[in-house]
Design a protein. Structure first.
Length: 404
């Protein structure tokens, strides 16, 4: 990311004109924040390309508080409307294209600060739908051979009514994975992904499809599962699609020896402590990214014990939910101790599926954080629990703490 304060930064309006004039790459222009002492009719203005009656137009949305006024202008009208907008004393300007972003900030003293950054949007080309639906990495309005092959789309390219939840789940997984790749610095590199406990691997197939076929990334995906039938199904689907970048092997997670350390380790709905095995493998391999969507979790339920919470724990359903929360909290905290920036996010709205959490971990150099260690020990001591992941990674954790 580079910032300029002179030279080309003085010609920022010319840079904006050049960026928005490229029909194959321009995605969105956002202008906001008035310059102090200058009068401005709107708090924000947004410009994006749209297609109306088969012709390229430009949609301008002018925001007054929370209300937006939308105007669509033809290509012939666009230059004049753009110049009118550029003449407004906006202080913050953000241009988004498929090749990169342009951030412009005008200081109180009138200095122009210009920053170039990687693309913040994932679409490979402008989305020109007028009544824009929610953007998905794998769009819903275009026939997709993979989605048709697994029964999510029909032959005409429509998402089947009964498959709407699965469609959203696939796209949300891709979105979360793409964000992690962009933050970790892996974007543009050849990637190796290992899916531990892959099951039917629909999400893994979708991730490969998006990265390789839509984004053009060179990627190798390896799926492992102990169930022979599931591995056979995955290989059959791979053969039917004619894809060569995926391999599936029958193996226990703990027994699999990776030829090269994977860039990304996945554990998508692996049952109970299989999720811990996958996370442990990712840590041992020092993989830059670990994404785990836990499934049925039973390990801590018989362990948890805390007398102040007896009114909660005496109810089976509440005890199970407490155990689920503690299991994922401990996993996230262990990853933080071992040098991963970790958060637990909602994978997809719970109305679509109860399996809606994802642990997202991205490797940093911050090993052995004392606060993270103290918090973990306080948590496990209070609930009188010893999580499986701690046992699996006891050698890695030993330098940082020992249990009493």
């Amino acid at each position: 990311m580079a910032t300029e304060t002179a030279g080309r930064a003085k010609d920022y309006k010319a840079m904006i004109r050049e960026a928005v004039s490229c029909g194959e790459t321009f995605l969105r222009l956002t202008m906001s924040g008035g310059i102090r002492g200058e009068s401005i009719p709107w708090i924000k203005a947004v410009v994006r390309p749209v297609e109306l009656r088969g012709e390229r137009h430009y949609q301008f949305i002018y925001y007054e508080s929370k209300k937006g006024i939308t105007k669509n202008y033809s290509g012939a009208e666009f230059p004049q409307r753009l110049e009118a907008l550029l003449s407004m004393p906006f202080r913050l300007i953000h241009v988004q294209t498929t090749s990169g972003d342009l951030h412009i900030r005008i200081t109180k003293k009138g200095k122009v600060l210009l920053t170039k950054a990687r693309p913040s949007r994932t679409e490979p080309r402008p989305h020109l739908a007028h009544n824009r639906v929610k953007g998905y990495p794998i769009p819903r309005d275009t026939p997709d051979r993979f989605l048709q092959g697994i029964g999510i789309m029909d032959s005409s390219g429509e998402v089947k009514p009964t498959m709407q939840n699965k469609f959203r789940q696939i796209n949300e997984f891709i979105r979360l994975m793409s964000q992690a790749i962009a933050r970790s610095g892996l974007a543009g590199r050849e990637l190796t992904i290992v899916d531990c406990g892959c099951g039917n691997a629909y999400l893994t197939f979708a991730g490969y499809h998006y990265l390789h076929h839509i984004q053009g990334v060179s990627v190798r995906v390896i799926g492992i599962d102990r169930e022979v039938e599931l591995i056979e199904q995955c290989n059959e689907l791979c053969d039917s699609l004619g894809w060569s970048g995926l391999e599936f092997f029958q193996a226990r997670i703990a027994d699999y020896a990776a030829e090269v350390a994977p860039d990304i380790v996945l554990s998508l709905h692996a049952c109970d402590t299989a999720t811990d095995e996958a996370i442990a493998q990712g840590v041992v391999w020092q993989s830059p990214i670990i994404l785990a969507a836990p499934c049925c979790q039973h390990e801590l339920r018989p362990q948890i014990e805390a007398s102040p919470f007896e009114p909660v724990l005496k109810h089976g359903i509440l005890k199970q939910r407490t155990a689920d929360i503690l299991t994922d909290a401990c996993r996230a905290q262990i990853l933080r101790i071992l040098g991963y920036r970790t958060d637990v996010v909602q994978f997809i709205d719970s109305k679509h599926t109860p399996k809606n959490l994802m642990i997202r971990a991205e490797k940093t150099s911050n090993l052995g954080n004392r606060s993270a260690i103290a918090q973990y020990k306080a948590l496990t001591d209070f609930w009188k629990i010893e999580p499986s992941l701690e046992r699996l990674l006891q050698d890695e954790l030993a330098p940082y703490f020992e249990r009493d």
